[in-house]
Design a protein around this ligand. Sequence first.
Ligand code: HEC
Ligand code: HEC
Ligand code: HEC
Ligand code: HEC
Ligand code: HEC
Length: 409
Amino acid sequence: MERRTNSPYPRLDRPVLAIIGLVLVLSTVLFTVGDRQHEWRYYQFAFRNAVAEKYGPAKADTVRAGLQQVWVPDLGRADRCTTCHQAVQWAGFEAAEEPFRTHPKEILRSHPVEKFGCTSCHGGQGWAVDVDPAHGPVEHWEDPVLGASLGESYGIVDNTRAMMQMKCNVCHRYDRETKGADFINLGKQLVRDKGCRACHTINGRGGTIGPDLTNVGDKAAEQYDFSRLNGQKTAFAWHVAHLKEPKGLVPDTVMPNFHLSTKEAQALATLIMSWQRAPVPASFVPSVPRTDPRTPDEVVAEERMKTGPGAWFVSTGCFVCHSIKVFGITSPAQIGPDLSNAVEDVQSRFGRTIDDFLAAPTGTMSVVLSRQIILTPEQKQVAIGKLREAFAEYQKQKAAGTLKPAASH
Ligand code: HEC
Ligand code: HEC
Ligand code: HEC
Ligand code: HEC
Ligand code: HEC
């Protein structure tokens, strides 16, 4: 048998072993104490007492103890929010303080907790069981609870809880309107009224002058240029500022200033940030078909204009931004000026003939004619001819006193 070598430090062996043993015992004790001090234990204790007070001790025994979790494999979520928010599905606590309040019922009827969890609507870190990590915000927008506290810090006007609708619209993006999501509905209305699609593709339909916005909500905070932004450096704040004054953040942009109110810009920013490549399976996306079709009214109006004297402007796509009132053409967006008298207007505004302007356009039209509507020299001649026809009609109507006022919003 091999003989054990003597320890070079015979006097130290035992004390060292004793210290290691003590440290192990102590850390176990500290860990247990630390775990018992988790805030959720206090909330569970308090909720149990509240139930006992209201419904008696027998009922209080049915309150589940320990970590709670709603596991939704389809959404890849394991939400432990109910560890503290135990009252969610209890009746009778509608007026209690959070986290002891009964959840608003109607929304959970169509979205049962077992199927949707909590964070798919609220945001937050589902696995966390302490208040701050669960609610956030953690640095750089890592999916905090989109609740009243965050809304306040972002200065959301009217309804500080409205940012939560960003989450609703990840699934409801193809709805024209979603009950309970007023802020998003306002944003969608503005996208239609202001004609964002004149320049942007959204859900597969629209122009190519600006970037495709279909998945712009996936853009990481690091991808934004915050150098011209004052105040909070968040993607949300960037969008609000950009929507209010695009040139303030991107000096050479051709995106127009739509003179939006703060509320409108915030609603649009919430909508924009909801446009994410959906991390949810198709069965969680309600609307069918999954497109954003034009309304029957829009289609009919376009068909009618396609057969009139201004048909060329419709089929070429100029009417997306320009009305040509003398031909009865009304642009849905009216981003550019009415082209009825462009021949004269270009001359007086730029000191150039219409031929020169179309040959070497400036401003928005230089982007339009290089990115969205590419015209050959022959097609440009056709355009000039059509603009002259419009102007002739303009002068005729003016002389006859039948000219309608220029297009306006
Ligand atoms: C389908 C979406 C949806 C799901 C899923 C959902 N909620 Fe809610 N929750 C809402 C809506 C909508 C409100 C009402 C917000 C308001 O008053 O503006 C709300 C309100 C709340 C409130 C009160 C918020 C406040 O500001 O007073 C809490 C807390 C809450 N939910 C927690 C949870 C928890 C915990 C879960 C998971 C068990 C959950 N919710 C699941 C949509 C949802
Ligand atoms: C450790 C306990 C705890 C956990 C875990 C927890 N909460 Fe809360 N929650 C609270 C408390 C306490 C309040 C009330 C005080 C406050 O607002 O911070 C609250 C308030 C809220 C509110 C209303 C406040 C607001 O800003 O609108 C919402 C919404 C909410 N929680 C959602 C969630 C969601 C979603 C989760 C899971 C990701 C979650 N909570 C996890 C304890 C918790
Ligand atoms: C994870 C995806 C998802 C999220 C998040 C979500 N919904 Fe839904 N919602 C659905 C699905 C799927 C249905 C269709 C349910 C069905 O088949 O009846 C639905 C149905 C609805 C309906 C119609 C219910 C009815 O009674 O007919 C409304 C209104 C609605 N959701 C509003 C909201 C609001 C408001 C939010 C945010 C607070 C939200 N949803 C969040 C997926 C979602
Ligand atoms: C005349 C064309 C035009 C119109 C109309 C227009 N945009 Fe833009 N938009 C642009 C251009 C060009 C850019 C790229 C330069 C910039 O960031 O300003 C842009 C950028 C954006 C961005 C930033 C995208 C990114 O990836 O950073 C968003 C978001 C946006 N637009 C939203 C809108 C919304 C919402 C509307 C309608 C209210 C709208 N735009 C109308 C031309 C337009
Ligand atoms: C995406 C929107 C958009 C489209 C599409 C578009 N335009 Fe424009 N256009 C504008 C804007 C905005 C202006 C004003 C530009 C400025 O002041 O820099 C403008 C200005 C003009 C002008 C000068 C008008 C004046 O009175 O000063 C002419 C001419 C013109 N466009 C012709 C056309 C023609 C022809 C087409 C179709 C081939 C077309 N545009 C398509 C946005 C558009």
